[in-house]
Design a protein around this ligand. Structure first.
Ligand code: MN
Length: 359
């Protein structure tokens, strides 16, 4: 059974040589043209329609699948599936937060004192969110006092991203599904040396804004089963309750074709519904096409960044070609894919999102 069967049908935007962009759904290793139901060159107008239309058009597409035109996936070009309005990145894995603290701030307390009271995040840069396959240029920056040059500690962050369809402010956790259309996989490329020098007191700035890759496929929430809600102690303040469900997603990180980690989203402390409620509780608006990401997905043993996997480069991993790596070298390719519990009982595929580092 394919991970991309009729119970999955993620949405993307594709083109074939000499033709305009169209919306398609992935079925197996092909792209099915659904322009008859979604007649736009981008998912953005569809995202704005809201939950009843999302559900109805999906049902009509499923019914029509046998008669629609399919093209092999390797014969199409896949594009950024929607115009990214604003981009926010959270920091909601307790394991990741504790690991980063231990590695970058040895001797200091692990979790920041507010970490279990609110989902920490920062506002990122929408204009440099790119689709899977886009080359990632190694960023230049200040790596320390008086030191300028190409980043030497280039890293990844394997994350799950949430795509906002319906605009809103002060969105209660219980209204999550009315506003959020679906999920993408995210690689939040991070230059650890730039980050270490710049990030206090206002958080990441240039260490992450040079490129953020997303999968070309947006998996609708309808395709995903609800997961177990996280256990949260202390009890969050009322606007963060009820927490909403978790998601049963397992990510897979490949470095030059070698699988190096399989972090599970089930360990995340804050839910996506809580992240959206927090993001908008002060009156801040989200718009159609807003993207907010979970933060690096790390669990007790499997981690979603090379900073953690290699202990800041001091414990290199050996790849399939026998070569060792601490951080990314030019020419390295990283692919993040995932499987998830599907709403209809099976296992479905998410992503993938790939990128190759260029000098
Ligand atoms: Mn991140």
């Amino acid at each position: 059974m394919s991970l991309f069967g009729p119970d999955n049908l993620p949405y993307g935007v594709f083109s074939t040589p000499g033709h305009e962009r169209r919306i398609g759904v992935r079925l197996g290793d092909s792209v099915v043209d659904v322009a008859e139901f979604l007649p736009w060159p981008s998912l953005t107008p569809f995202l704005a329609l809201g939950r009843p239309e999302w559900t109805e058009r999906r049902a009509r597409i499923r019914d029509a699948l046998p008669r629609l035109t399919a093209t092999a996936i390797d014969e199409v070009e896949l594009h950024l599936p929607f115009e990214v309005a604003d981009y926010t990145d959270f920091y909601s894995s307790e394991h990741h937060a504790v690991n980063v603290s231990r590695i970058l701030r040895p001797g200091e307390p692990g979790l920041p004192p507010q970490w279990k009271h609110l989902p920490i995040g920062y506002h990122g840069r929408a204009g440099t969110v790119v689709v899977s396959g886009t080359p990632v240029l190694r960023p230049y920056g200040q790596l320390g006092p008086g030191v300028f040059g190409p980043a030497q500690r280039l890293d990844i962050e394997a994350e799950v991203g949430f795509v906002v369809g319906v605009p809103g402010r002060r969105i209660p956790t219980g209204r999550f599904r009315d506003h959020v259309f679906g999920v993408v996989l995210v690689n939040d490329w991070s230059a650890r040396d730039i980050q270490a020098f710049e990030y206090r007191p206002l958080g990441p700035f240039l260490a992450k804004s040079f490129a953020t890759s997303i999968s070309p496929w947006v998996t609708p929430l309808e395709a995903l089963a609800d997961g177990k809600p996280p256990e949260q102690d202390p009890r969050p303040v009322p606007y963060l309750l009820p927490s909403g469900p978790g998601l049963d997603i397992t990510l897979r990180v490949e470095w030059n074709g070698t699988e190096v980690s399989r972090p599970s989203y089930t360990h995340m402390y804050w839910t996506a519904a809580q992240q959206l409620a927090h993001l908008t509780v002060n009156g801040a608006a989200v718009r159609t096409g807003d993207l907010f990401a979970s933060g690096t997905v790390s669990g007790p043993t499997e981690t979603g960044s090379f900073l953690e996997l290699t202990e800041n480069g001091t414990r290199p991993v050996r790849l399939g070609d026998g070569k060792e790596r601490g951080f990314l070298r030019d020419g390295d390719r990283v692919t993040i894919s995932a499987t998830a519990a599907g709403a209809e009982g099976g296992t479905i595929g998410l992503g993938p999102v790939s990128g190759t580092v260029c000098p």
